[in-house]
Design a binder for this molecule. Sequence first.
Ligand code: ADP
Length: 265
Amino acid sequence: MIEFQGVSYRYSSSEENVLKDINLKIAQGDWVALLGHNGSGKSTLAKLMNGILMPTKGQVFVNGVLLNEETVWEIRHEVGMVFQNPENQFVGTTVIDDVAFGLENMAIPREEMESRIDESLKVVGMTDYKLQEPYRLSGGQKQRIAIAGVLAMMPQVIIFDEATTMLDPSGRKELLETMKYVREKRDITFVSITHDLNEAVWADRVIVLEDGAIWFEGTPQTLLEKRESLQSTGLRPPFVAQLTDELRKNGITFEQQPLHHKDLV
Ligand code: ADP
């Protein structure tokens, strides 16, 4: 679904590559959590997945299509993004207008637009808020509307760029429940950049970036195993310790068989 082949990226103002020779494959329907310290390259990686940025070196494929100047618009329709601050995403005066915005730009016929909006609001559980003004909603509700706006465009992939970061604990929980539900209903690939370890636990796979390179890739379970083996090396970024502690709290320990997230319900 998404493939990076030897991808490096350097901002024009940066002295060296902020992403270094990244090779990765994300399969259709996978939920991948992207973790790493601030500045490790997570957002840059996400922006390369939908053509906001183009690789300095190497190639990005989405659904088998090589990302370049000609394919960038096609790829942007396939890869939706939900950002950190819901306020910045609103353009409509009502929830419906807001969800419709992306579709209007795609010149979708009105009837189909209406059914897509209804369907998307239903999946995120916001049907009753159709005519509300978005700014009156809670943080969690705003992010659910942002997800509906992306869903209405029927993407193959949704990238959540710290989408839960600005929310209070209850909003975060609400959004995570919505994300789980959306994934049950639609075969969409999720890439979530997160510091919320509760979110990472739900991913099928975790990718940890360290200084622009992939430091770890595997299940949350194998990250735990790596931590055990790394204790002797001292190579142990603090968040890995936090993640594995969180896994333990959720009942996933080194000794157990890998758990699928459904087993945690
Ligand atoms: P993360 O999302 O993990 O915090 P980023 O991808 O935002 O990391 O940043 C990776 C590196 O690229 C950092 O060193 C950051 O300072 C640098 N960077 C990010 N955006 C820009 C930019 N627009 N111009 C120059 N350097 C940037």
